[in-house]
Design a protein around this ligand. Sequence first.
Ligand code: IPM
Ligand code: MG
Length: 370
Amino acid sequence: MMYTIALISGDGIGPDVIGPAVEVLDAVGDKYGHTFHYVELAAGGKAVDAVGEPLPAGTLEAVKQCDALLLGAVGGPRWDTLPGHLRPERALLGLRAGLGVFANFRPAALFPQLRGACPLKDEVLGNSDGKPGFDLLIVRELTGGLYFGERGRRDGNRSAFDTEAYSWDEIDRVLRRGYDAALSRRKKLCVVDKANVLESSRLWREVAAETAKDYPAVETSYMYVDNCAMQLIRNPGQFDVLVTSNLFGDILSDEASALAGSIGMLPSASLGSPDETGRVRGIYEPIHGSAPDLAGKDTANPLGAILSAGMMLRYSFGLEREAEAVSGAVSAVLDAGLRTQDLAGKSGRPEKIVGTKAMGEGVLHFLENF
Ligand code: IPM
Ligand code: MG
């Protein structure tokens, strides 16, 4: 099959990590008989510099013509003083809204090889499914809530407001994505909210009580977000799928990434509804951001980007075997002791510290075995 992939490598370490991810995709294509055709597009700081806006209309239109989008990162100190509508981050929000990708999957699991990179003690680390460690999936609502609610200034600029607003349908559709994911996992779903204070959270609970009826095989629970932040570091193994609002998901996913050893390891997939042809629109990006101090130095960890490409194979193209090959090769490269700087010195056994490119080549090497 032939797939067209939009590439926005973006700012900072974006291009460093997208390079190896594309090589991995090409190797998967060669091995399994698929052709990936890439359309390189500009967004973020680069687009601000080139055309004066973070998300040129042409970029969004071109992305819509593609089967999926692989994105590196956007942003950096150069653009931090620009007004809100010109900041590179606006490109992310515009792409998310423009593509309608309302469900953001942020899996966080501990590779056993990276046990030493997880800051939790053995007795705290706990279990998931009888195995030491944790394997959870945060499903973050991505196109609503505080990020997109009404906002503004008043009282002559002496006061400002943002609004958290959710409709029944917005909550229901993201919950369903969470339930579908839970069905192929450990069948537990926790709705994370602040229903003791927020009216919008109370609606989340009402919707969940209804939606849950369609998923009798999944055990539904509810947790306040402050407690969840604590439970994540007290006993992450208790969680399977967490479904939550845009802002809460943003915060909790950074917390979860620290437990996985390095934010450089974590991929993400942002998914919309299937179109008429059954194709699921998706944005795939590592969650680490642009890390400008590491840009161009061949030190960034490309595994989050490579695993994001793997998620693309699974969720947008339905290539399960190919996606498994990518995660298998990443696990093998860790078994072999290859570590980028962010993971260095934490495995308690011989390690080979490598740069971005060598880590990518390691993955290519092990891909042969799958
Ligand atoms: C993320 C990031 C973005 C967000 C920023 C860069 C706008 O933190 O993807 O988690 O808040 O969604
Ligand atoms: Mg974030």
